[in-house]
Design a protein around this ligand. Sequence first.
Ligand SMILES: Nc1ncnc2c1ncn2[C@@H]1O[C@H](COP(=O)(O)OP(=O)(O)O)[C@@H](O)[C@H]1O
Ligand SMILES: [Mg+2]
Length: 244
Amino acid sequence: MIEIVDLYKSFNGTAVLQGMNLVIPTGKITVIIGPSGCGKTVLLRHIIGLWKPDRGKVMLDKVNLSALNRFQLNEIRRRFGMLFQHAALFDSMNVYENVAFPLREHTKKSEREIQNIVVEKLSLVGLSGNEKKMPSDLSGGMRKRVGLARAIALQPEIILYDEPTTGLDPIMTEAIDNLILEMQRKLSITSVVISHDIPSAFRIADQISMVYKGKIIETGTPDVFRNSKKEEVQEFIRKGEGKG
Ligand SMILES: Nc1ncnc2c1ncn2[C@@H]1O[C@H](COP(=O)(O)OP(=O)(O)O)[C@@H](O)[C@H]1O
Ligand SMILES: [Mg+2]
């Protein structure tokens, strides 16, 4: 379980996180929504311990990430898979090498073992047979899926998705949504999905939280969330559903 306790972070005097509190349940899909620029990515970077908060803490299974040294943090980070907003594939490597990369970096597995894992992960994301393609040959949706195959290569317990469907057409958005659901069901993974896509959030979430002015202002199941009494939540839902 991940627990975010009273988290504060400012950049050059501008407060971004202003006392954020959130519990992320194990084995479930938590979607964090909020307007552009509200601090969702900043929050994500704290969750994997890339950044230290000014105040407050991120607890992973009762361990405060800020209290860890570099070595311990590296160990912890192996438990996370991260799908970055801009898939961030290595352009000079083919699909196979992209997915194999974390295995080469972090394990001493033989080429045979690596190959088995790469083939398995590519099959999970529906990209079997695309090993030799280069990132430049792929559509945006395929790139995201390669990024996802790479993110799950080390069998993470937790996957963080930063705006996985932004910039994708509706069909590809639904395909990625289904993939997130499938990952969670097949691998019993804890998923944290950052999004500003309301229809997508309602489709996949076990729990939805909304960030507004540096705080989590609402958390609940999609039903509870939809019936929130908060004006900001209702407005965000209205706008989002109008778009999609
Ligand atoms: N490395 C950084 N240095 C300075 N300001 C940053 C940095 N990262 C993010 N910010 C600021 O924090 C705010 C929230 O950014 P971000 O978390 O990326 O928003 P979003 O909710 O769209 O993901 C923005 O105003 C952004 O300019
Ligand atoms: Mg962001």
